[in-house]
Design a protein around this ligand. Structure first.
Ligand SMILES: C[C@@H](C(=O)O)C(=O)SCCNC(=O)CCNC(=O)[C@H](O)C(C)(C)COP(=O)(O)OP(=O)(O)OC[C@H]1O[C@@H](n2cnc3c(N)ncnc32)[C@H](O)[C@@H]1OP(=O)(O)O
Ligand SMILES: [Co+2]
Length: 134
């Protein structure tokens, strides 16, 4: 598996509009755009910081993973996304190593990226997203 870069840090927020008052207005990081990813039941806002991004995540449904996360743990860091060169190869390799995968097959994420999640139980408590961007 060839990790390329930390693609983004996912932060669960109750309201992107509210959160942008800090991340954009106070910190001065420009939001590049807001995009809904229906399959994941989230609305996302990406704020690029050099080679990586902050991804603000707002639930679009009460059974969204983000809604459940906030209910349980409150707002805060939700996942780390690492970009890989070849997502299928990475998933195959992790599966061989006995890593618990949430997604055995890639799904679509924001910005047309292909993504797959690794279970926190296999990573020491961090929800890990693998992403491949062409
Ligand atoms: C748009 C896209 C993109 O970037 O392009 C995205 O990011 S989509 C981002 C939103 N989509 C996702 O998150 C999809 C992947 N997430 C999932 O499939 C789910 O949220 C799971 C991670 C499997 C958790 O599922 P669920 O909430 O039903 O189970 P649960 O609450 O019982 O959690 C099982 C165990 O994992 C822990 N757990 C749950 N969510 C966690 C998180 N975000 N970080 C670290 N640990 C976490 C719980 O504390 C619990 O540990 P204990 O048993 O020790 O208490
Ligand atoms: Co993400």
């Amino acid at each position: 598996m060839k990790p390329v870069v930390v693609d983004h840090i996912g932060i669960a927020v109750k309201s992107i509009e509210e959160a942008l008052k800090f991340w954009e207005a106070t910190l001065g990081i420009k939001c590049e755009g807001v995009e809904e990813v229906q399959e994941q039941k989230v609305k996302t806002a990406f704020l690029p910081i050099k080679d990586t991004e902050v991804e603000l995540l707002e639930a679009t449904d009460e059974d969204s993973p983000v809604a459940k996360f906030i209910e349980k743990k409150g707002e805060g860091i939700h996942h780390i996304a690492i970009r890989v060169e070849n997502l299928e190869e990475a998933l195959e390799e992790l599966k061989q190593k006995g890593v618990r995968l949430i997604d055995e097959k890639p799904r679509y994420g924001a910005g047309g990226a292909r993504i797959a999640f690794v279970h926190p139980k296999s990573t020491g408590g961090v929800l890990l997203e693998l992403s491949e961007r062409n």
